[in-house]
Design a protein around this ligand. Sequence first.
Ligand SMILES: Cc1cc2nc3c(=O)[nH]c(=O)nc-3n(C[C@H](O)[C@H](O)[C@H](O)COP(=O)(O)OP(=O)(O)OC[C@H]3O[C@@H](n4cnc5c(N)ncnc54)[C@H](O)[C@@H]3O)c2cc1C
Length: 294
Amino acid sequence: MYDMKALYEAESVADAIRLRLEHPEAQIIAGGSDVLVQMREGKRAGRELISIYGIDAMRGVSLDEEENLRIGSLTSFSHITRDPLIRRYCNVLGEAVDQVGSPQIRNIGTIGGNTCNGVTSADSASTLHAYEAIVELTGSRGVRRVPIHDFYIKAGVVDIRPDEIQTAILIPKASYENTFGHYIKYGMRNAMEIATLGCSVNVRLSADRQIIERCRIAYGVAGPVPMRCPGAEAAANGQRPTQELAERFARAIIDDINPRDSWRASKAFRQHIAVEMARRALTRAVELAGGELA
Ligand SMILES: Cc1cc2nc3c(=O)[nH]c(=O)nc-3n(C[C@H](O)[C@H](O)[C@H](O)COP(=O)(O)OP(=O)(O)OC[C@H]3O[C@@H](n4cnc5c(N)ncnc54)[C@H](O)[C@@H]3O)c2cc1C
């Protein structure tokens, strides 16, 4: 049994916003894989909940009129991994969320919940940062779109106003077009394990595949919130993909990241594996883009 005061079930986005305004203390629940675990642990006991899980309009992947990828916030991880549009345009996101917990968690957990919890280890977060995703929030005054970098305010805190819910995550066409990415999760074991570090790299190569036109890299657990590495990206942009470049790129991430000591791993260990993950993820991303490191 869960110790909750009341459960309100929203039937539409408008209904969810109305319930948010009527019950300002209530917490949103989507798949519940974070919320219900916390309730059972007593952390949110006795609270009111607003379930948005029945709002089917917030589920699924599509292309909008500008051909941006639109992922409804209630889309589950297993749906994302199997989705044909994700496979075609942003396969790395499907691979990243396929590394979440277990099949049961991937069936119930949503990408909205994975970002709205504000957790740095979220397996979707580094790839969404590396693709400069846009978060769509809907509230009583309409729709607001926030770059994912700005959506994360600090550990566990995201930019959602009291009358809003997150309705979708967009990956701009300019961001995924001709772009290939790779995600590496480092954990103590392969399943049911939160990342010790997550690293997502994507590249766009020139038509002759001799130049990295654009490279982006982002980490989870390299700081209190997921983060890009501007120094490393600058080191790779416009360069020939070579072993020497991969080495320089990987070393450059040390100045960009700020991991901490925790019971899972020391700061020094995280820094050590972060360099290796950057090198491997760049190498694989270049291969996926049809190039190779000279
Ligand atoms: C056993 C286990 C293993 C796990 N392993 C992993 C793992 O390997 N990697 C990983 O990244 N995560 C993991 N998780 C965490 C969890 O499954 C994910 O964070 C999941 O994405 C949460 O989604 P949900 O729909 O269940 O969110 P919920 O639990 O319903 O909600 C999570 C938070 O987001 C808010 N919220 C949810 N949706 C919205 C919305 N649309 N608008 C506004 N607020 C919203 C809720 O209020 C709550 O604060 C694991 C969890 C468990 C229990």
